[in-house]
Write a protein that binds this ligand. Structure first.
Ligand code: GLU
Length: 309
């Protein structure tokens, strides 16, 4: 079994991502699985090398480890291109000139509410081949994966339970290749997980809506669809996903305030139903008896301040 920590180094890690990474690590390590680290440096418009280093430092500070990596995505451009070519040959994708906004949103892992409207299929079947499309409109194109109208994707999510998505009706044809070139988040993540031998994916449930699309790409790429577990996010008191507006919950700031990584792990463990009261702990102290089923179903609410203050 092999899992992954796949941070997008678009900023420093905060308590929300830290909790998902801790759970991903515990879930795999408690079953003697292997872990890899992948920095999703395609996910986000401007990623600075120092952000990559900071993400690694934060994970290490927290006490998480991995057997392989860090892998980056940007050096794998040729591989993504190769998969794009095979999707094209298999006639599974088509060029599309629709809205820039729609296309741009494909660059990053989506956040809740980002899914946007279902793509109405405007460009499907519009040109007989990509050259004809490019000649006619003279602009760069994005590429969409064709979703059959009656296609249903089903999987058993290890945390969220059985899932059934009518992909054409709920999501529509989705972007796999961006207008400015390069794979969308959906394509890159599947190509990477497949190539890197990942068969256990535990991540925040903001990515639950992405999973049906990823299953379709997995079915094309193989070897077999991994097991997915989507856990609730940490939210602010307003119910929205933890972000800057909720105060600074970055690990870097907590560290600066003198809070130890063991105290952070203790808080994350109590949020995750793994201990009753937060107390200093290392991730490895939580391995024995770790059970994903103990993790509460509801989102965790960040109270706004570090509990001991
Ligand atoms: N890099 C993505 C994020 O941090 C996670 C992608 C994934 O787990 O599939 O939101």
């Amino acid at each position: 079994m092999q899992g992954r920590l796949a941070p997008s180094p678009t900023g420093v890690l905060h308590l929300g991502n830290a909790r998902s990474f801790l759970l991903a690590w515990l879930d795999v390590r408690s079953r003697q699985g292997r872990m890899i680290l992948r920095l999703e440096d395609l996910d986000g418009p401007r990623i600075r090398p120092e952000d990559i280093d900071k993400a690694i430092e934060d994970l290490q500070w927290l006490g998480l480890d991995w057997d392989e990596g860090p892998f980056l995505q940007t050096p794998r451009a040729d591989r993504y291109q190769e998969v794009f070519t095979s999707l094209l040959k298999a006639d599974l994708i088509y060029p599309c000139t629709c809205s820039r906004k729609d296309v741009e949103s494909a660059a990053s892992a989506p956040h809740p509410g980002d899914e946007g409207p279902v793509y109405p299929g405007t460009c499907r079947g519009r040109w007989k081949d990509p050259e004809a499309a490019a000649a006619e409109i003279g602009v760069e194109l994005c590429w969409r994966f064709k979703v059959d109208s009656d296609l249903v994707v089903e999987w058993q999510d290890r945390f969220a339970g059985p899932r059934r998505v009518e992909v054409a009706r709920e999501l529509g044809d989705f972007v796999v290749w961006k207008r400015e070139g390069g794979p969308s988040y959906q394509l890159a993540v599947v190509v990477d997980d497949a190539d890197q031998g990942v068969d256990e994916v535990l991540r925040g449930d903001d990515l639950l809506p992405s999973t049906a699309r990823q299953v379709l790409l997995w079915e094309f790429l193989g070897p077999s669809v991994p097991s997915f577990a989507h856990v609730p996010l940490v939210v602010g008191k307003d119910g929205r996903r933890l972000a800057k507006r909720h105060g600074d919950t970055t690990l870097a700031l907590l560290r600066e305030k003198g809070i130890s990584s063991e105290e952070v792990t203790g808080l994350l463990a109590s949020w995750s139903g793994l201990v009753e009261v937060p107390g200093p702990l290392r991730p490895c102290d939580l391995l024995d008896g770790f059970d994903l089923a103990k993790v509460p179903r509801d989102p965790v609410v960040w109270p706004g301040d570090w509990p001991s203050e």
